[in-house]
Design a binder for this molecule. Sequence first.
Ligand code: MOS
Length: 732
Amino acid sequence: MKFDQPAQENPIDRQKVVSQPHDRIDGPLKTTGTAHYAYEWHDEAPDAAIGFVVGSAIAKGQITGMELEAARKAPGVLAVVTAENAGKLGKGEKNTATLLGGPEIEHYHQAIAVVVAETFEQARAAAALVKVHYSRERGDYDLAEQKPSVTTPPEGTPDKNVGDVDSAFAAAAVQLDAIYTTPDQSHMAMEPHASMAVWEGDKLTVWTSNQMIDWCRTDLALTLNMPKENIRVRSPYIGGGFGGKLFLRSDALLAALGARAAKRPVKIALPRPFIPNNTTHRPATLQHIRIGTDNDGRITAISHESWSGNLPGGEPETAVQQTELLYAGANRHTGLRLAELDLPEGNAMRAPGEAPGLMALEIAIDEIAIKAGVDPVEFRILNDTQVDPANPERPFSRRQLVECLRTGAEKFGWDKRNATPAQVRDGRWLVGMGVAAGFRNNLTTKSGARVHLDAQGVVTVDTDMTDIGTGSYTIIAQTAAEMLGVPLDKVVVRLGDSDFPISSGSGGQWGANSSTAGVYAACVLLRETVAKKLGFDPQQADFVDGQIRAGDRSASLADAAADGTITVEDSIEFGDLAEKYQQSTFAGHFVEVGVDVATGEVRLRRMLAVCAAGRILNPKTARSQVIGAMTMGAGAALMEELAVDSRLGYFVNHDLAAYEVPVHADIPEQTVIFLDDTDPISSPMKAKGVGELGLCGVGAAIANAVFNATGVRVRDYPLTLDKLLKGLPEQV
Ligand code: MOS
């Protein structure tokens, strides 16, 4: 089905099942431990051996020799695979560094060998016996140090200019010119990257934990130099991804190579302390923002440049993209700068670009609003735009930022905020409120599904879509139930298998809208097939209560499959509506904090998110996405930071003991409000995505609340107490 015209009224609009707060249909499997994660397919390969990965101990240079004999002779060892004996390997489209390195080393903890043994303990013990000799080279690891030498945009991402930002800024009545920094961050999904590989002749099956089944399969084929058709990838349950599992990573490749060498199924789970340096991370940014306004607080100039680093061939963190679209202003400049660093590979993490971009921009907006003497909520409303500021012919499909902010201000009690910082006390706590806008683009991408109807009237949906903890199973079931007029318990959803039609997968918050739209398309075809088979006019037929009806005729849906299961397949393909309209999601984030006047400890007291994110397909799972994202935003604001050893080139705090993330005790009352944002431009579902929007802006709202509480402006995340202490008011 081609989607190139605004959606008409359709069965989803009934919202009898869709948009209802159904519990997750996979919930009982998860709470009873019967949903198998990547490392748990014991019954599929009871004889699986275990692989333990050896990572490079240097960040840059060459391996000059490997002593493998001791490991090979160690108890239980079945194989030791290195780049030297693995056979010729290709490289995946989505991989920047080589997944099995050597002799060239591109980053610290790059995998350089896998030791396969009967047990985990044997594999780990033998891996410790591998002796590697290196010739270490000096690398570049410090973004701030590299910044002065990086003055032009990387190829493919030119600067965007509208008007003359420098003159407008120079002439502006009110000016802000500041630098903001965000640190490297790690996804830290609960489930580690894990895979099990099974060969049958030249056919490979990999059980893994991956957000994008077809990307994983494509890159496995490219890396192993084998036909894609001979590879099956299965990833039905995923314990969190956040972008860290978008790509083929070393666990899956090395499980396949280890299994081939050992002639046995092989399982690998990357140990937690290995993940931050071996896999991808969100790159640190250094952002220079200039904003000029007139005397009333109207933006006349806005300029945002962001520096980030990556390995040679890697991409920049696109931290300026929201600045192109979020506020009005006649003179504009945005640009990305990319420094070559020899740190591990930087790549997507939840709301790549916007999340760190808004951490900076939305502090800057707070600062300029205060300078201009305009309330920060009103400042954002004053500078709203309903069109792409660089192209006024191009409207937003829907844009309710103003409503998000107004609703939030009212519900949060923004009018009780004291605009003068450091005035409100509650015992030892300095109390403040902060606000930030949330913005995340809505991406749409082709997505396919197969649906079956059997003689019991059960509808089964097959698609390679993934559920990374988000609720995909449930919203897909709701979509099929709505389309075919059956209750939710008459729908079976099967996901995460490359034998199923290729879907959007889970990434960029596109999964909910695109994958359900693909299921919608397949269900439209199933409705037509069923109607014709039972002699109904497909245009007239209605599907409700397990029946197909037209006029005063009705038949049971199951009757259509009485002589055999009906199976149809279709996909949704998006036309040019994304070019004609800017499609984005919006939020207003409001936070109240207390800051200990003596120690500078920050405690969150209340958080509110008001979101306009398309039709909400399931308010319960959507709320879970947003409160999870708000929690992640709290981590980004106050705790999360990969510490770079800029001499040796690695992330030092590469485990959950030293990389701090929020725990329950850190999180206060969280309220989420969804505005009605049914958007006929986005898809037949009229939905968008919310999983990343929930994070966008949260960090800045917290930083702005800390400023309101203390009068201390911190522009370097995370806001640890050492950055607050010296600015706290004198105690009397
Ligand atoms: Mo998202 S960072 O594209 O999983």
